[in-house]
Design a binder for this molecule. Structure first.
Ligand SMILES: CC(C)(COP(=O)(O)OP(=O)(O)OC[C@H]1O[C@@H](n2cnc3c(N)ncnc32)[C@H](O)[C@@H]1OP(=O)(O)O)[C@@H](O)C(=O)NCCC(=O)NCCS
Length: 183
């Protein structure tokens, strides 16, 4: 999906070829480890729209859910991440808690490529879930694009209502994309 940056999905440096161009550093998308949490926290802080959680949250989730999280690196620099996990009561689903791409790397399909990389590694995942506020048009377009590419339906249901939040937060309805049969 997408175009622009050359990409290497690099899980095993010994088996994956690398790509370089004169203009750009190599792009790597890989599962996260504990140390990635710091860069994820910085990307969330600089995203302009995400709720910034405690740095501990990112350090913890990057470690505990590394196989369903991704970080994208341009050269040595983290330019995007996906924080996802399988809800314990629905292990066949992938819940995307946060996804962010640095402003200079947006609009080239990177967010979708990171999510697809998780799906590629987990062929048993049959549905994708996320909460997205009504005002987040880029995020809505991202998930609509994933549904379109998988030829899957995208449905919405109420999830966390505005009145559930203690701090005047916008409602977070839940979207579900399924079935994801052709990864
Ligand atoms: C949402 C976000 C992760 C998308 O990352 P990205 O790599 O730029 O996404 P893509 O390039 O794959 O674009 C996805 C779709 O959104 C569209 N899009 C991008 N920016 C948009 C904008 N500002 N308004 C409307 N649509 C937009 C693209 O055209 C594309 O649509 P298409 O698939 O029909 O071509 C990125 O904008 C971001 O980090 N935003 C701040 C953090 C955030 O809001 N995260 C989501 C909530 S968890």
């Amino acid at each position: 999906m997408g175009s622009g940056m050359p990409t290497t999905t690099q899980h095993d440096p010994d088996e994956t070829p690398t790509e370089k161009t004169a203009e750009t550093d190599e792009l790597t998308i890989r599962p996260t480890g504990g140390a990635d949490g710091a860069a994820m926290w910085r990307l969330a802080r600089d995203s302009g729209s995400l709720d910034l959680n405690a740095s501990y949250t990112y350090l913890l989730l990057a470690r505990h859910f590394g196989t369903t999280c991704r970080v994208a690196l341009l050269g040595e620099k983290a330019v995007g991440y996906v924080l996802g996990y399988r809800p314990p009561e629905r292990p066949g689903s992938l819940f995307i808690w946060q996804v962010a791409v640095s402003s200079d790397a947006r609009g080239r399909g990177l967010a979708g490529r990171m999510i697809q990389d998780v799906l590629d590694d987990h062929p048993d995942i049959g549905a994708l879930e996320a909460t997205v506020t009504e005002s987040n048009l880029a995020s809505r377009a991202l998930f609509e694009g994933i549904a379109r590419r998988h030829d899957a339906s995208l449905t919405w249901r109420p999830f966390i209502r505005e009145e559930d939040f203690p701090d005047g937060h916008e409602a977070e309805p839940m979207l579900e994309i399924s079935p994801l049969s052709q990864h």
